[in-house]
Design a protein around this ligand. Structure first.
Ligand SMILES: [Zn+2]
Ligand SMILES: [Zn+2]
Length: 142
């Protein structure tokens, strides 16, 4: 069984261009695949802080996803982005690299505060979530 909570300031996440709003939790189980590889049948939850890409309002993004990670010492498989190197001499599997990379893949790089966020007016810069601005009502419809 895998069950771990990594604090937001864990060195695992150093250098990632995302801002964690809380600890990252991972779970699941690691099973042997039969050809000396290990499969992490995992689960990852995290809260990531960010700004709405349309109106720049601060928001929090929930990440809650299943992950499938293969650990293999087969050099032919290392090209596959979901395959991580397995040190045959190691007695414990280091999950941190996989956690870091899977998290980076799961985070929406351009989040929206809500599905129908109106964003800013391209002309006057008004926040259209607060209501229509002068340019939309005076009309540029001709
Ligand atoms: Zn927004
Ligand atoms: Zn406007």
């Amino acid at each position: 069984m895998v069950q771990a909570t990594l604090p937001a300031d864990d060195p695992t996440f150093e250098g990632l261009v995302l801002e964690l709003a809380g600890p990252v939790e991972v779970g699941g189980r690691i099973v042997a695949t039969g050809n000396d590889d290990l499969l992490w049948h995992g689960h990852l939850t995290a809260r990531v802080a960010g700004d709405c890409r349309r109106c720049l309002a601060p928001l929090e993004q929930m990440v809650d996803a299943g992950i499938e990670v293969v650990y293999s010492d087969n050099p032919d498989l290392q090209e596959d982005p979901s395959v991580y190197p397995l040190d045959a001499r190691a007695t414990v599997v280091d999950l941190s690299q996989a956690v870091r990379e899977e998290l980076a893949l799961l985070v929406e790089p351009f989040p929206l505060c809500r599905e129908d966020c109106a964003g800013f007016c391209a002309t006057c810069g008004a926040d259209l979530n607060a209501g229509p601005c002068a340019c939309t009502s005076s009309g540029t419809t001709n």
